[in-house]
Design a protein around this ligand. Structure first.
Ligand SMILES: O=C(O)COP(=O)(O)O
Ligand SMILES: [Mg+2]
Length: 222
């Protein structure tokens, strides 16, 4: 059996920022605050919905007393329309099919809450590929704590690779002691060279090709 591969979701398998932005702007409108741009939204993604709301709230000068009601409104509003504008990046479905055919058990580990994560996987017909799905609220810890990624691999078998797009993902792979593939077209803030990675790719065709017939990769942790 080939090694297990776990994927991040936002900015890695799917370009989800447009729906996150739309849901966030509905919440901000309810607070009589100015909407956020797509670039602002992208800069807020990576640490889960409560942190996204905190950053948006602070950017619009809204007080800490609005944190809990805005987070609840964001979760409900996003879940109501999670995938109207969200699409897989080009080549994602074919790549996942190829990796399954090569015998790799696949999993998902995201900081997005589990309910919208499952709704997106269902809407885009991606759920069928994954033997385990860990969301940002599945465990008490979120990435970059290694616990969620450890839990994903524990459910799948021998770890081969974590695939993600961000600083959080690179740090998670390092803390977990697993090789890291960096997708360079996602929501990363720093340059590629600033993130520790085993290899980088900008097309999902290249990821499948890179892994074809490959048994082991070096972990990023030294
Ligand atoms: O929802 C987020 O903030 C981050 O999600 P990700 O872990 O799938 O990139
Ligand atoms: Mg991501």
């Amino acid at each position: 059996m080939s090694g297990a591969i776990v994927f991040d979701l936002d900015g890695t398998l799917v370009d989800s920022a447009p729906d996150i932005r739309a849901a966030l702007n509905r919440v901000l409108a309810g607070e009589n605050a100015e909407p956020v741009t797509l670039a602002e939204t992208v800069s807020f993604v990576g640490h889960g919905i409560p942190q996204l709301v905190r950053q948006a709230r602070e950017a619009r000068g809204l007080g800490p007393d609005r944190q809990d009601p805005m987070t609840a409104a964001m979760l409900a509003g996003y879940l109501a329309e999670p995938a109207a504008l969200t699409r897989p990046y080009p080549g994602v479905t074919a790549c996942l099919e190829r990796l399954c055919a090569l015998g790799h058990p696949l999993g998902l580990c995201t900081n997005k809450a589990l309910a919208p994560t499952l709704a997106i996987l269902d809407a885009l017909d991606l759920g069928r590929f994954f033997g385990v799905v860990i969301g940002g609220d599945s465990l008490p810890q979120k990435k970059p704590d290694p616990a969620p990624l450890h839990a994903a691999f524990a459910a799948l078998g021998t770890p081969l690779l974590y695939v993600g797009d961000s600083e959080v993902d690179a740090a998670t792979a390092e803390a977990t002691g697993v090789a890291f593939a960096l997708f360079t077209k996602g929501y990363r803030k720093a340059p590629v060279t600033a993130l520790r990675h085993s290899f980088a790719f900008d097309r999902f065709d290249d990821l499948a090709r890179h892994l074809d017939g490959r048994a082991a990769l070096s972990p990023t942790a030294g």
